[in-house]
Write a protein that binds this ligand. Structure first.
Ligand code: C2E
Ligand code: CA
Ligand code: CA
Length: 458
């Protein structure tokens, strides 16, 4: 049956409108700057899972070598508690020695292995699970493979939201047509966006000006949290933690202003002021090492090492008493700059620590690549160490692996005597936490040093 000319032209119009809208939506999707950060997010999640597999591969190694199913199961039981892991298995000689969890029913394209991840965020969104694996080695010899499957749903929730809003935007332009959408945007959305942006930046710049003035006025001061040896009696060093002494408001914690400082670029100025003051205070404490935190964004800028060294020189502070703490986020950027900065610090005798280790599971390849002098096990692990055998298994694996590559281990956030005992037994070198001492002003460190000397003499 022939269609009427009118329905033909309506059909054509709809087809043209639909394809133009689709093309526009796709261009918008493709050029969306967030896509890059989304793939980085996926990549980081994937690396985290691979690192998890590596840690559990080392925990499972003794059992896998002996072919002892029971021992392997005990060693890997904790994995079920991690992120969105739904299944894990240990394979030796090509067969499954032990497994936990269910293998979800998957379509053939739903399994992804690590090499595929960077190829497409959308491919991951389609699939329901993500797979990561690590070779199990025993004394360097491969004895099997540790495989884990994680559900994408929990892992990629933020990603799903971002993509959903993109699709909604695409649907809007599809539904109301390109020109209407264009007008709608110009007449309604743009002024609203402009207004919101200016209100936000006004508020931010007001706070930023206040923070900047406070830095100049000397209101940002260092507190020091003692770091003790494994016996808990000898203070070996201090970590510098910034406090904002707001007139009439007491001490404001870094969580309330460091993010703003990072966003506005004030962090460089803040860190410099802190380092200078810390050098001045700690010159009087020759037996203590001094750990300072470096924001990823400052560390990634070329010249960081040069500026630190200039401060040390100006203050006459010995470089071999300083340790710079970096978090994993420092490794997300340009690794050439990072490598150069780390090398320059090292050459001058400054030590490097990896902070917050275990949050999202640091990619173990960083550990091999950069050879940190020290790793600091995050509080979230330490917190459960004496109460959960699962956390204990992970921390024990981290400790044995770190010791094997010659790194010093610090446990952060030790709050109870039981944690202290167990961590010390497990091989941690140093400890830090409210159980020993809270962050305190420079003057209070002096009193601690007296006690310290007493302990050393005893
Ligand atoms: P961080 O480097 O992980 O510092 C350790 C944080 O844990 C400190 O919080 C410390 O007060 C707290 N803490 C120590 N022991 C315990 C414990 O036993 N239990 C509990 N619940 N908490 C404990 P703070 O001082 O609020 O610092 C938070 C974060 O702000 C730091 O985390 C660090 O990332 C950042 N930060 C602090 N000072 C500076 C600074 O001068 N420059 C830069 N860039 N970042 C800083
Ligand atoms: Ca730190
Ligand atoms: Ca930390």
């Amino acid at each position: 049956m022939d269609a009427s000319p009118t329905s033909h032209s309506i059909g054509r119009t709809i087809t043209v409108l639909t394809s133009v809208s689709l093309a526009v939506s796709l261009v918008a999707l493709g050029s969306f700057a967030g896509m890059q950060s989304l793939s980085r997010y996926v990549e980081q999640k994937q690396q985290g899972l691979v690192a998890t597999a590596q840690i559990f591969a080392s925990v499972a190694a003794p059992g896998a070598r002996k072919g002892d199913t029971g021992e392997v199961l005990r060693a890997i039981r904790a994995i079920g508690k991690i992120e969105s892991v739904v299944h894990a298995r240990v394979e030796t000689g090509g067969r499954v020695l032990a497994s936990i969890g269910v293998v979800p029913q998957l379509s053939s394209d739903a399994r992804l292995d690590e090499t595929l991840v960077t190829e497409g965020v959308l491919a991951i969104m389609r699939s329901r699970t993500i797979e990561a694996s690590a070779i199990i080695r025993d004394g360097g010899e491969p004895v099997g493979r540790f495989v884990l499957l994680a559900e994408t749903e929990g892992l990629f929730a933020p990603l799903t939201t971002a993509l959903a809003s993109l699709f909604i935007a695409a649907l809007i332009s599809l539904g109301i047509g390109v020109s209407v959408a264009g007008q709608f945007r110009r007449q309604l959305l743009d002024p609203v966006i402009a207004l919101l942006t200016s209100v936000r930046s006004l508020a931010a710049s007001k706070e930023a000006r206040a923070l900047s003035a406070a830095i100049d006025a000397g209101e940002l001061i260092p507190f020091y949290q003692p770091i003790f040896d494994r016996t808990g009696t000898v203070m070996a060093g201090v970590e510098v933690l910034v406090r904002w002494k707001k007139p009439g408001q007491g001490f404001v914690l870094p969580g309330d202003f460091v993010p703003l400082a990072e966003k506005t670029g004030l962090i460089g100025k803040l860190d410099a002021v802190l380092l200078r003051q810390a050098c001045r205070d700690a010159l009087a404490w020759p037996e203590l090492t001094v750990n300072v935190n470096a924001s990823a964004i400052v560390f990634q800028s070329a010249g960081f090492a040069r500026r630190v060294l200039a401060t040390l020189q100006a203050e006459g502070f010995p470089a071999d008493r300083l340790m710079v703490e970096l978090t994993e986020s420092a490794f997300a950027g340009d690794s050439e700059t990072l490598r150069g900065e780390i090398q320059a610090l090292r050459q001058a005798g400054i030590a490097i620590a990896l902070d917050d280790f275990g949050t999202g599971f640091s990619n173990l390849s960083y550990l091999q690549q950069f050879r940190f002098d020290e790793i600091k096990i995050d509080r979230t692990f330490v917190d459960k160490f004496d109460r959960s055998t699962d956390s204990a298994a992970i921390v024990t694996a981290i400790i044995s692996m770190s010791r094997a590559i010659g790194m010093t281990i610090v446990a952060e956030g030790v709050e109870r005597a039981e944690q202290h005992d167990l961590l010390s037994e497990a091989g941690v070198h140093y400890m830090q936490g409210f159980y020993f001492a809270k962050p305190m002003p420079a003057a209070d460190i002096e009193a601690r040093r007296q006690a310290n000397r007493g302990a050393e003499a005893a």
